[in-house]
Ligand binder design. Structure first.
Ligand SMILES: CC(C)(COP(=O)(O)OP(=O)(O)OC[C@H]1O[C@@H](n2cnc3c(N)ncnc32)[C@H](O)[C@@H]1OP(=O)(O)O)[C@@H](O)C(=O)NCCC(=O)NCCS
Ligand SMILES: [Zn+2]
Length: 206
């Protein structure tokens, strides 16, 4: 029996290159993967800010099913660019306080930030982190807004988009970025980014 002409693409699609309908479906999926998922304007859009050509949409636990669905799809896309196993947000997410920020440019989602209130477990200075010393944990039990995930589309990176998205989030949750908590483990790009935004060190959520 001849081998199946199945292709496995970097976008995660597996398809039969000899079946026109599968090739077409793959083209659409691949385009969304490289250029961003389509996030057309909806009456329920909550546009909270604009960064030049980019709109920032906020999605909360009380948002419409379509809004939560697109936030979950964006989290699924972002997951493909990390070594993590679970998306930062799904439509079944039970957290009533989760805040999702989506960056939209030309009708495509090019960035995502997922924030939640969390207890502060410890503070890790970069000096201690670099010396492989443990974080200091003798802190009062305070809550903080914590970044569960920050992601930008590869072709939109290194242009200030992730920082801009978090600046919008920081103004809405009314907490400065250097006092945010950060979910670990960091990816290499995530660590470089947090070092730039939080030059002293970072809070670790419980
Ligand atoms: C981390 C990530 C969100 C950064 O997004 P971005 O849009 O490129 O970030 P910005 O352009 O806003 O960068 C802000 C600052 O961080 C620095 N920075 C961002 N990514 C960096 C990298 N990979 N290496 C070194 N510095 C980086 C920028 O140079 C900039 O500093 P500057 O003001 O001195 O120029 C992006 O690389 C990404 O989506 N990575 C894949 C997903 C991921 O790993 N998320 C983090 C999980 S812990
Ligand atoms: Zn592909």
């Amino acid at each position: 029996m001849p081998a199946m002409p199945t292709q496995l693409c970097v976008c995660g699609a597996q398809y039969d290159a000899e079946v026109a309908s599968e090739v077409k479906a793959h083209e659409q999926r691949h385009d969304a993967w490289t250029s961003g998922l389509a996030v057309p304007a909806l009456p329920s859009d909550l546009v909270v800010s604009r960064l030049e050509e980019t709109e920032v949409l906020m999605v909360t636990a009380g948002a419409s099913p379509e809004q939560r669905q697109r936030a979950a799809a964006a989290a699924q896309r972002a997951l493909q660019d990390t070594p993590f196993h679970t998306p930062a947000y799904t439509v079944e997410d039970p957290d009533p306080d989760v805040r999702i920020f989506l960056a939209r440019q030309s009708g495509r989602c090019i960035g995502l930030a997922v924030l939640r209130p969390r207890a502060r477990w410890g503070w890790w200075s970069w000096d201690d982190y670099d010396d492989e010393l443990r974080p200091s944990t003798a802190v009062a039990p305070l809550t903080t807004w914590a970044v569960d995930l920050i992601w930008t589309l590869p072709r939109a990176q290194q242009r200030g988009l992730a920082q801009g998205l978090l600046e919008v989030a920081a103004s809405i949750v009314d907490q400065p970025i250097p006092s945010f908590g950060w979910r670990r483990p960091f990816t290499p790009s995530g660590e470089a980014f947090v070092r730039r935004l939080c030059p002293e060190g970072f809070w670790i959520p419980a």
